[in-house]
Structure formats: structure tokens, C-alpha cells
Design a protein around this ligand. Structure first.
Ligand code: GTP
Ligand code: MG
Length: 176
């Protein structure tokens, strides 16, 4: 199971709906309708090569209990909304808490910078300096990948699908 977390309204449910559509290159700009996730949202996506992969979104409002799911997660996706300048500090603390947790020390982590389609959003370098992301990555025990995406336009979603698929393959090879 891959765990998907991040503050409320960053676009986690939209991403899952996009990933459930196997043809990512045909994404239209209309965003799928969503409501805030109260609790958890467990979905199976059929990714590359028709592999079925389970992802569990934890709603942003569930932040205090995310840690209950770290033990069963073999990889973690953490999502940030680049258009919400005031949320960066919260995101940074949440990400550092995840990385410091004893159950996450060997998992791979994907940091998604979502909503890059919004014109006034922070650039990756602005965000990196605000969050000291390079330092966070250097000090972490986990392998961390950062991707700039838009669940709206579909930008880089095929890279997310590839990462999800690679994590699943890794998990399968460990299990056998
Ligand atoms: N412009 C833009 N809006 C987006 C994008 N992704 C999501 N949204 C919008 O962001 C809002 C929240 O999306 P959700 O997917 O419900 O957010 P969430 O992270 O699941 O929120 P919680 O379940 O409350 O934790 C919706 O109005 C989406 O239409 C994006 O890439 N670009
Ligand atoms: Mg949601």
C-alpha cells in the first residue's frame, strides 16, 4: 500500500481520480469533482503494464492520525499546493515529522508540488529555499523524489504513475 498524505485541499483526491484513468495523456483540463476526504480513501489504480496498485489517501483533516498508517505503507507520497503560500510552513513541519518517524525510515518518499498550473504559484526554487528542501532531503534516511505536477492539466502525471509502479515492483521483489 502506498500512502498519500498532505494538508487539506492540496489535490490528493484529484490525483487519485486521474491515476485511475489509465490513459493519462488524454487528461482534459476539467478537474474531477471532489469533496474533502473525511477519514481515508482507499483506491486501486491500474498502472503501467496493468498492474493493480493500492493507494490510501488520508484526508488533510486527519493529520493527527496519519502516523497510524506508516507501518503498513511501503512508500509515501506527500503533496504540497504551490499556490498556497501560507501553507508552506505547515507542510514543512508535516513532512519533517513523517521523515523522522521510526516506521518510515526505509520507505521511498515522493514529494509532489501540485497546482503548478496556477500562475501565482511558488516556483520549485522558491519552495526549496522556503522549506530548505535540499537540506531536508540531504539529512533524510529515505530516498526522496520531488516532482512538479498539475492534477488539472496532467503535467508530469505519467512520471507519478511510473514512480508508483516502480515502488510496487520493489515491494513485490522484497516480498518474494
Ligand atoms: N488549479 C488546480 N486546482 C487543483 C489541482 N488539483 C486539485 N485542485 C483543486 O483543489 C481542490 C481540492 O482538491 P482535492 O483533491 O479534493 O484535495 P484533497 O487534498 O483531497 O483534500 P482533503 O481530502 O480535504 O485532504 C479542488 O477544488 C480541486 O479542483 C491542480 O492541479 N490545479
Ligand atoms: Mg481528499
Amino acid at each position: 500500500m502506498i500512502l498519500l498524505v498532505g494538508p487539506t485541499s492540496v489535490g490528493k483526491t484529484c490525483l487519485l481520480k486521474r491515476l485511475q484513468n489509465p490513459n493519462l495523456s488524454s487528461v482534459k483540463e476539467d478537474l474531477p469533482a471532489t469533496v474533502p476526504t473525511v477519514g481515508t480513501n482507499l483506491v486501486t489504480v491500474t498502472s503501467l503494464k496493468k498492474t493493480e496498485i493500492t493507494l490510501r489517501e488520508m484526508g488533510g483533516a486527519m493529520g493527527p492520525i496519519w502516523h497510524n498508517y506508516y507501518k503498513e505503507a511501503h512508500a509515501i507520497i506527500f503533496m504540497i499546493d504551490v499556490s498556497r503560500h501560507t501553507q508552506v510552513a505547515v507542510s514543512c513541519v508535516q513532512l519533517m515529522n513523517i521523515l523522522a518517524h521510526p516506521f518510515t525510515q526505509t520507505v521511498c518518499v515522493l514529494v509532489l508540488l501540485n497546482k503548478t498550473d496556477i500562475p501565482n504559484g511558488m516556483t520549485r526554487s522558491e519552495l526549496e529555499s522556503l522549506m530548505r528542501l535540499d537540506e531536508v532531503i540531504r539529512c533524510a534516511t529515505q530516498k526522496i523524489t520531488v516532482l512538479e505536477i498539475s492534477a488539472k492539466t496532467g503535467h508530469n502525471l505519467e512520471k507519478v504513475a511510473r514512480w508508483v509502479y516502480d515502488q510496487n515492483k520493489l515491494e513485490e521483489s522484497i516480498a518474494t
